[in-house]
Write a protein that binds this ligand. Sequence first.
Ligand code: NAP
Ligand code: HSE
Length: 338
Amino acid sequence: MTMKAHANIIGIGLLGLGTVGSGVVRLLGDVQERLLAKTGWRAEIKRILVRDPQKERRVQVSPALLTTSAQEVLEDPEVHVVVEVIGGVCEAREYVLRALQSGRHVITANKDLIAEYGEELQEVARRHGTLLFYEAAVAGAIPIIRTLKQSFSLVSLQEVLGIVNGTTNFILTKMAAERVSFAEALQEAQRLGYAEADPHADVSGLDAARKMSILASLAFDRVFTPADVRVEGITHLTQEDLERAAAEDQVIKLVGRAVRNGDRVEISVAPTPLPRSHPLAQVSGCYNAVYVYGDAFGETMYYGPGAGSLPTASAVIGDLFTLLVRQEAGEALDVVAG
Ligand code: NAP
Ligand code: HSE
């Protein structure tokens, strides 16, 4: 499909207007002038897919943009880029495939999808000359995907280690510092928009496992899926466990680790007692932190908000910027200014 963008307007089809989708709408409004100044393009949201058009929203959008028909978004000739933030795997995979196959670029925050089907989607994108971005899928606002994919793409890496789930880190921080119950802390994480629609994925460690499999795939240039990750969540942890650790000057964190061991890569997610002086022990609330160890540089560390509306949206907007810059360079794109 040849895409025509009129008067340097790039049309966005937004799938989902929940925590992340509403952040994208808000942030896109805020950055519009800078986007134009730096890329020569304006981004306009053309259609928004939701389940319930009557629902009260965190952001104001024209009701005329809302639709419950994916087809209306995916076949709109004014939609050049699809931003997928509905979550889940089944429908999201179908919509992302349809978008890529029809010549539309895709930006997604969906780690469930990328962890299971990233390879397939990348292949479809390659075949159709489209681009797939997923910076928001891991560690919220931290640009760790770009770092592994680009900055460290040629060097040999030994290990990726960190806290990659905001909800569990928020729960463990609250339980330890304020002695609130697991259930209360989880409820608060849900209210703040950190938790998944099904928070079992967070507390069981599965969300972190998905993210670690994505990071390991990039770091070690092989395809890993969540099935390759040894996972233990935090549901069995009690206040007493956290207090016992504190008495020994330790802090329990849900730590993800992917380490090269000869030809093998071992990937795990597990609650881990850390000395209070360890930098990861200082990572609180919904914050994430990721260490990357490489032969050429030793150790690097990345830190920032790992969940929530605007932090996640900022990663989506960063992907949009990258897409437009690559487009200006004439790469793999046939968007033509009208
Ligand atoms: P959310 O608040 O539950 O929002 C989901 C949105 O998608 C809602 O607007 C919902 O419509 C719409 N939707 C869901 N399924 C749909 C379907 N089948 N058809 C039409 N619309 C559908 O979820 P979220 O927290 O924004 O997360 C979205 C994605 O981003 C997920 O993949 C999540 O893992 C990822 N993510 C989230 C965060 C975070 O901090 N929340 C951070 C990084 C990545 P209604 O509003 O009408 O119900
Ligand atoms: N539920 C996820 C978390 C959202 O808490 O980390 C960000 O990926």
